[in-house]
Design a protein around this ligand. Structure first.
Ligand code: ATP
Ligand code: MG
Length: 361
């Protein structure tokens, strides 16, 4: 079986370091192994509209921001197909048929959607499109016959929903859709990177992000105002690591070589943690180190982005070409789906011949 990757992001803002460790970095590594037959990276504008219907300009403006972040991180249009979801109408058709295979109560149990509804204060006025976006996500994944979906932990319920739709479809209509596998980050700190405010998830919608394109001064400001251990008041006090965002970020971003470069008095992260727990290590020193680490990680990304920013029409051309290719692939899957569902009337010469005989009798 072919190895195919699909994943994407909502154009609701520039991409942040949570996206990077949760999914983007992995995509680029996998892309560069050359192991995949095809890679599809989608800018999910139609999904973004499900909770931004009154603000299409925000979605429109952020398409280029996300595309620039992709290119800056090393996604290469020669190796990966970068495309825009709304330009592939076949995805809507697939969604419409999959809707018949999912119950309202099943959608209501989706924990990620539940917490997003709360976060957005939708309560009694949930847009139907938003409520059903896990079904449209199943269409995105299956349209490209994805075998591998590298995402953060919040996407687990979406993948489960997709797998259920695949199984149901295949059992009702015959083996047609491919069962995808979720690929979560190996590093626990990267599963769901917290925001700089210590909240459970860094998220564009919560305003607690460090963006990939952030300028050095802003990275520094955000790091120095980050949430640590509120009971660690004096330097000599023992400090806690649990819920301490600065240490979670070090777990996510620190490479061993950064110690030699920026903090040679420690052999590595374990020794730094031990000292913090014992007492005698101040938050400022740890934050200075984290700032150096993040500056080193983000500088090359920011610089590459600035190069791509010089030719915006070329970026749209990449997306146009990618969308054309993606549509061809989705159209073929839709054809197979309609054949399996027996709604391919005009292609079914056998049916037409049989009915001709029947009515001739
Ligand atoms: P929004 O608030 O608009 O939903 P978001 O910041 O949650 O935006 P998405 O576009 O929904 O971003 O998610 C894109 C990808 O990034 C998904 O694979 C998701 O799992 C991953 N991701 C998003 N935030 C984080 C995070 N804080 N830690 C790890 N992965 C993340
Ligand atoms: Mg999200």
């Amino acid at each position: 079986m072919k190895k195919i990757m699909l994943t994407g992001d909502r154009p609701t803002g520039r991409l942040h370091v949570g996206h990077y460790v949760g999914s983007l970095k992995r995509r680029v590594e996998l892309q560069n192994t050359g192991d995949f037959d095809d890679i599809f990276i989608m800018i999910a504008d139609a999904q973004a509209l499900t909770d931004n219907a009154d603000n299409p300009e925000k979605v429109r403006e952020n398409i280029i921001e996300v595309a620039l972040d992709y290119l800056a991180c090393g996604l290469d249009p020669e190796k990966s197909t970068l495309f825009i979801q709304s330009q592939i109408p076949e995805l809507c058709e697939l969604t419409f048929y999959y809707m018949n295979l999912v119950t309202v109560s099943r959608l209501q149990r989706n924990p990620t959607v539940k917490s997003e509804i709360q976060q957005r204060n939708f309560e009694a006025s949930i847009p139907v499109g938003f409520f059903t976006y896990p079904i449209s996500q199943a269409a995105d994944i299956t349209a490209f016959k994805a075998t591998t979906v590298p995402v953060g932990e919040d996407q687990m319920p979406m993948l489960e929903q997709t797998k259920e739709i695949v199984h149901k479809f295949n059992s009702v209509y015959g083996e047609t859709l491919v069962d995808p596998k979720i690929l979560l980050p190996d590093n626990e700190a990267c599963l769901r990177l917290p925001g700089t405010d210590g909240k459970a998830k860094m998220s564009k919608s919560l305003g607690n992000c460090i963006y990939l394109s952030e300028e050095p001064e802003d990275i520094k400001k955000k790091v120095f105002s980050m949430f640590t251990d509120p009971t660690h008041i004096r330097i000599e006090d023992p400090g806690k690591l649990e819920g301490n965002t600065v240490f979670t970020y070090l777990d996510a971003f620190c490479r061993p070589e950064y110690f030699a470069e920026f903090l040679p008095e420690y052999a590595g992260l374990d020794e730094l943690k031990e000292h913090y727990k014992r007492g005698g290590l101040g938050d400022m020193k740890v934050k200075r180190f984290l700032n150096n680490v993040l500056q080193a990680e983000l500088e090359p990304i920011r610089n590459r982005r600035k190069e791509f920013q010089k030719d915006i029409p070329a970026v749209y051309e990449i997306l146009r070409k990618g969308s054309e290719k993606a549509e061809k692939v989705a159209a073929e899957t839709l054809r197979e789906v309609k054949e399996a569902m027996r709604i391919n009337y005009f292609d079914d010469q056998e049916m037409i011949a049989k009915q001709s005989e029947k009515f001739a009798e």
